[in-house]
Structures are given as C-alpha cells and as structure tokens.
Design a protein around this ligand. Sequence first.
Ligand SMILES: [Zn+2]
Length: 184
Amino acid sequence: MKPRKMSLSDRLDEFLDKNCLAPGDVPTRRDPTRPKMPGINAIKCNDCGQAEYLTRTHCRCGHYLLGQLEDEFLEWVEDLQRAHEEMAKTTEKKLKALRRAALVSMPFVVAPMLHFVLTESTITIYAMISIAIGMMILGVMAVSEAHICRPLRANSTFLETCTWESFLEFRSWPRNEGKNCELR
Ligand SMILES: [Zn+2]
C-alpha cells in the first residue's frame, strides 16, 4: 500500500497520539447553538471559555455574563481615561514648545512699538511691516494651538458622553470584537 501523504498537522497529531500527549478534550467542530467568535453578538465566557450570545445575562455554564460585560465596560472607561491623561500630557508639552516659539514674534511687534513710544515719531512703513510679520507669526501659532488641542478636546467630549451604548458600539467594531479574550 502506498503511504498516504500526510500534512504536517496530521503528523503532529499522530506523534501526539502515539506519545499520549494529545489533550483529552480536543476542540471539535463549533457548537452550532453558540455564536461565532469573534463576532459582534458574541462574548467569550471567562468561566467555561465558550462563546455565548451577548444578549444572554448568564452563560449556559451559569456564569454571570452581564457582570463580566460590566467589568469589561469599567475597564474600557479606565483605559479611555488613562489614554486621555496621556494625551493631555503630550498636548501640554507641545503647547509649551509652541508658546516658546511664539516669543519669536515679540521683537517684531514690541520693537517698533517701543521705537514709536520712545522717539514719539510717526509709525514708518518698516514698523508696520514688522508688526504685520509679528502678527502673522502669532496668527500661525494660534492656528497651530487650535490644531494641537483639537484631538484632546474631541477625546474629552467623547469621554464625557460615553455610555454603555457607546461601549457596545465600540465593542461591535470589527477590530474590537471580543477584545476581552485577546487581551487576557
Ligand atoms: Zn460559561
């Protein structure tokens, strides 16, 4: 008889069987009465490890799924708060650097003003150009400041308005489905 071509996994299974290393409960076909994992309607029970429908308050093994989901929610909020604090710190650093850079505009504005005040002469075209340059720099800085602060503001609005529903919505995004089981 011609030896049957075996894939690597078949050979591994054979090896495990021969050496009595195969786990007792080899995962078989998915239970059709349970949801697919990961899925937007599924949650992995922390007790039995099986996928269960998100709408059920209790897993079939008796584990309190709603409680597990609430824990996930609290953890999610904590993560958001932590991320927000981090973002606030980086934003503050960026703003400090920006304000230091804004000092560059000062001589352009202050020097002609001082000259005008001290000499009581009329403002020359050069002074006006200088002030205009200074104002332009300040304008650019103001726009940059708004740009730097925008993500932080958006984040804090989200934090203030985030609810259980936003959590479920977040959880249902394809990237985050069943995030709980990947994280643990
Ligand atoms: Zn269970």
